[in-house]
Ligand binder design. Structure first.
Ligand SMILES: C[S@@+](CC[C@H](N)C(=O)[O-])C[C@H]1O[C@@H](n2cnc3c(N)ncnc32)[C@H](O)[C@@H]1O
Length: 207
């Protein structure tokens, strides 16, 4: 399957990386997926398309995002919400009448799968501990980049994962966000996990 951008922004900017990312997910063929950090929902849509192709409507996608441009999160690398392409700004402002970085816009992008998705607005540092999820096959961590946030995301994710599930973390070795690598390295050592860096940006963790 090819990674599509759906006229929105995503952290997976190069299509070739997107395609390889989907190939990596396909290897596990998940039916239950959790994404931490949804942003405009581009990866969410691609992953739902992949699971639909493999399993029809027999899949579950859960995504969490803080969805708040006004919030200044301490030690956080905040993605740019503005489009470089003015046509995209016009499309969302006057045609869709939606903020692309919102629960509503993500639900709109995923409307074909409305019975299969759960989009949660909240900070993972507070919502994950109360989230009732189990037997998740695949978890993509691409949310906050602060050390404590990644540490919390990893520790909570471990509880949701199926026995042979996979955690894939984006932005493993960013010079401007060293907390991501630190939290992953400590987690891998403490849990004695298998750990592989793929496409020079994703850390794949297996137990
Ligand atoms: C890099 S973007 C995610 C991109 C998306 N996964 C994709 O592939 O297009 C990171 C997202 O994490 C969210 N985020 C940052 N800190 C967070 C936190 N503590 N809890 C929940 N979401 C958070 C931001 O709002 C942002 O939308």
């Amino acid at each position: 399957m090819k990674y599509k951008k759906y006229f929105r922004k995503t952290s997976i900017k190069k299509k070739v990386i997107g395609n390889l990312f989907l190939e990596e997910i396909q290897k596990k063929n998940p039916k239950k997926f959790l994404e931490i950090g949804i942003f405009h929902g581009v990866t969410a849509r691609n992953v739902c398309d992949l699971m639909y192709k493999n399993h029809g409507f027999e899949f579950q996608y859960t995504g969490i995002d803080i969805f708040d441009e006004g919030v200044e999160v301490k030690n956080e690398v905040v993605p740019s919400y503005k489009f470089n392409n003015p046509l995209k700004t016009i499309y969302f402002k006057y045609f869709k009448r939606l903020n692309p970085y919102s629960v509503k816009a993500v639900e709109d992008l995923l409307k074909k799968y409305k019975k299969n998705i759960n989009i949660i607005k909240g900070n993972t540092n507070t919502v994950l501990k109360d989230l009732n999820l189990s037997d998740v096959d695949y978890i993509f961590i691409d949310g906050g980049h602060d050390y404590n946030t990644v540490k919390n995301d990893l520790e909570c994710s471990k509880k949701f994962l199926s026995k042979d599930g996979v955690i894939l973390c984006d932005d493993y070795d960013l010079t401007y966000a060293p907390g991501v690598k630190k939290a992953i390295d400590e987690f891998v050592a403490a849990n004695n996990c298998k750990h592989q860096i793929i496409l020079e940006r994703f850390a794949k963790i297996e137990f």
